[in-house]
Design a protein around this ligand. Structure first.
Ligand SMILES: Nc1ncnc2c1ncn2[C@@H]1O[C@H](COP(=O)(O)OP(=O)(O)OP(=O)(O)O)[C@@H](O)[C@H]1O
Length: 310
C-alpha cells in the first residue's frame, strides 16, 4: 500500500493533508489518532469508497483512482459497525459473502470451515448470529473479511465496544489470521493500549502523519527511561549516583529520579552503587501516550472518546 501527497478536503474541513505512506506486504500497520484525525477518511480512500481530492494511492498493486474495482476485489473490509445479518446463521453469512465475491462453489465449504476454525467458531457455525457474543461477532466479521483471500484487510477500530477479554481474543485472531493468510492488515485505533499489537504505527493528527515507526522506535525516539528510587537519605543517594556513575539525578516527590536511555541495563550499577540504602525502586518506560503528547502537545486520553463507549 502506498500513498503520495494524499489529500481529502470537505467543504471547510481539510480531513487529510498530504499523506506519504508505504506499508509493506504482510505488515500489521496501524493508524493511531484521536477522533477527527482523518483515520476513517484515509481508510475510505484506500478502499475506493471515497475519492481523494488530490494525490496518488496504490493498494495491492492497483492504482485506486483508475482501477477501483480491482482494488475492491483485492481487499477485505471490516467496518466499525457490524454488517452481519443477525437473523442468519454464522455459515449463511459467510456463504452470502462467498457468493458476492465470486468464490468458486466447489471451494466455499472448505474455505468456510477453515476460516471458522481459525476464528474458533467452527462449533457455532449453525448458530444464529444474534446469539453470538460481541467478541465472537467481531471475529466472524474478520473471518468473513478474509474469506475471498484478499491481499489487504482493512479493520476500522476492530475492538471498539468490546470488553478487555474479547479485545485480547480479537487481537490474538488478527495475528493468527495474518500469519495464516499472509494478508497485509491496515487498521485504525485510538486505543493506545492496543497500538502495541501493530508492527508499525502512523500517528495521525489533524490529517497529517506526525510520527511513524514501530511502537518501540516511537517510544525510544522521544524519551528516556526513568529510574525512581525511594531512600532514607535522598541527598546522599544523589551524591553517590553523580560521583560513582556520572548520572544527573533530580528530586521528585521525595524520591530520587534518574533519566537514562536504557533503564534495565543501568539498574544493576545503580543498585550496586547505593548498597542497601534503597527501600523501593521502579523503572518507568515512556508510554505511547507520552509519544502522542510529545508530537501533538496533548494527551490522546484527553480527547473525547466518541467511539469507545458501549
Ligand atoms: N463526509 C464528510 N463530510 C464533511 N466532513 C467530513 C466527512 N467525513 C469526515 N469529515 C471530517 O473530516 C475530519 C476527519 O474525519 P475522520 O472521520 O476521517 O476522522 P477519524 O480520525 O476517523 O475519527 P473517528 O475516530 O471519529 O472516525 C473530521 O473533521 C470530520 O468531521
Amino acid at each position: 500500500m502506498r500513498t503520495e501527497a494524499l489529500v481529502k478536503t470537505y467543504p471547510g474541513v481539510e480531513a487529510v493533508r498530504g499523506l506519504d505512506l508505504l506499508v509493506h506486504p504482510g505488515e500489521i500497520f496501524g493508524f493511531l489518532g484521536p477522533n477527527g484525525a482523518g483515520k476513517s477518511t484515509t481508510i475510505s480512500m484506500l478502499c475506493a469508497l471515497t475519492r481523494p481530492t488530490s494525490g496518488e494511492l496504490w493498494v495491492a498493486g492497483h492504482d485506486v483512482r483508475t482501477s477501483p474495482a480491482a482494488v475492491r476485489r483485492s481487499i477485505g473490509v471490516v467496518f466499525q459497525g457490524s454488517t452481519l445479518d443477525d437473523k442468519l446463521t454464522v455459515e449463511e453469512n459467510l456463504a452470502i459473502h462467498a457468493a458476492l465475491y465470486g468464490v468458486p462453489r466447489r471451494q466455499v465449504h472448505e474455505r468456510v470451515v477453515s476460516m471458522l476454525s481459525l476464528a474458533d467458531l467452527l462449533d457455532r457455525r449453525r448458530s444464529l448470529v444474534r446469539t453470538l457474543s460481541g467478541g465472537m461477532k467481531r471475529r466472524l466479521e474478520i473471518a468473513r473479511g478474509l474469506l475471498h483471500r484478499p491481499h489487504v484487510l482493512f479493520l476500522d477500530e476492530p475492538t471498539v465496544g468490546l470488553d478487555p477479554h474479547s479485545r485480547a481474543e480479537v487481537w490474538r485472531h488478527v495475528h493468527r489470521m495474518r500469519h495464516e493468510s499472509g494478508a497485509t492488515v491496515l487498521l485504525t485505533t485510538h486505543q493506545l493500549s492496543e497500538a502495541d499489537n501493530c508492527d508499525r504505527l502512523a500517528i495521525l493528527d489533524h490529517g497529517r502523519v506526525v510520527a511513524l515507526g514501530t511502537p518501540g522506535e516511537l517510544r525510544s525516539r522521544i524519551g528516556r527511561d526513568r529510574i525512581r528510587l525511594v531512600t532514607s537519605d535522598p541527598e546522599e543517594c544523589s551524591r553517590r549516583l553523580a560521583e560513582s556513575l556520572g548520572l544527573s539525578p533530580s528530586a521528585e516527590d521525595g524520591a530520587v529520579v534518574v533519566r537514562v536511555e536504557d533503564g534495565a541495563a543501568v539498574l544493576p550499577a545503580v543498585m550496586a552503587a547505593l548498597g542497601g540504602s534503597v527501600t523501593s525502586v521502579s523503572l518507568v518506560r515512556p508510554t505511547l501516550d507520552d509519544v502522542f503528547l510529545h508530537y501533538t502537545g496533548r494527551s490522546i486520553g484527553s480527547e473525547p472518546e466518541g467511539g469507545t463507549a458501549a
